[in-house]
Design a protein around this ligand. Structure first.
Ligand code: PRP
Length: 210
């Protein structure tokens, strides 16, 4: 079963309230998404392995905890994942970046892939995937599958709002992938939109119409 982490922090909730608001314009939406991405990336990387090294301050030497391995690869699920990954890049500025282009058919709700670019480091460093929406879970399951096929030894999935249906589907397809979300919402509507949700994150980010 996928480990679901619903991150509980008032600063995250505060930003999510504004992100969900229908009156929030695109520029503000992108800024909030990046800030939320940074907070969620901190949570998603909490369990990265650490080691101890010896450092010297201006006053003395001491043992200090540092990362045991290079930062994981950051992967945006296009398009909306770009805005969320922006925050991930602020937290992990040295991380290589990959992209998976997926678009969900509005009638069948099935995702189709239109691009894939993955840095070779994914084979040793693993990956953090970013997509604001986990709705039916079809896109998340497909994106995780592509990153596994690229050789990632471990994957974390970061989203903003998750539907129970999507969490269950991703857990069934990829039980080894932990999910970090700002909210577990109620359900999907008849069009496969998350309720209460935040609408179509890609369209809201970039000012397009679905
Ligand atoms: C949205 C969202 C996810 C997907 C979620 O993207 O960003 O990728 O739908 O739906 P699912 O869990 O049912 O697969 P969309 O296909 O609208 O593309 P976009 O980001 O380019 O708008």
């Amino acid at each position: 079963m996928t480990t679901l982490h619903v991150v509980d922090h008032v600063l995250l909730a505060h930003r999510l309230a504004e992100l969900r608001d229908v009156a929030t314009p695109s520029a503000r939406f992108r800024k909030l998404l990046a800030e939320i991405g940074a907070i969620l990336t901190l949570e998603a990387t909490r369990s990265l392995p650490a080691r101890t090294t010896r450092i010297t301050t201006p006053l003395t030497a001491m043992e200090h905890r540092v990362l045991a391995a290079p930062e994981p690869v950051l992967v945006a699920v296009l398009r909306a994942g770009l805005g969320l990954m922006e925050g991930g890049m602020q937290v992990l500025p040295e991380a290589p970046v990959g992209h998976v282009g997926l678009v969900r058919d509005e009638h069948t709700l099935k995702p189709s892939q239109y691009m894939l670019r993955m840095p070779p480091e994914v084979r040793t460093r693993g990956a953090i995937l970013f997509d604001p929406m986990l709705a039916t879970g079809g896109s998340a399951a497909a994106a995780v599958q592509r990153v596994k096929e690229a050789g990632a030894p471990h994957i974390r999935f970061v989203c903003v709002v998750a539907a129970p249906e999507g969490v269950a589907r991703l857990a069934k397809a990829h039980p080894d992938v932990p999910v970090y979300t700002a909210a577990l919402d109620e359900r999907l509507d008849h069009r496969g939109f998350i309720l209460p949700g935040l609408g179509d994150a890609g369209d809201r980010c970039f000012g397009t119409e679905g």
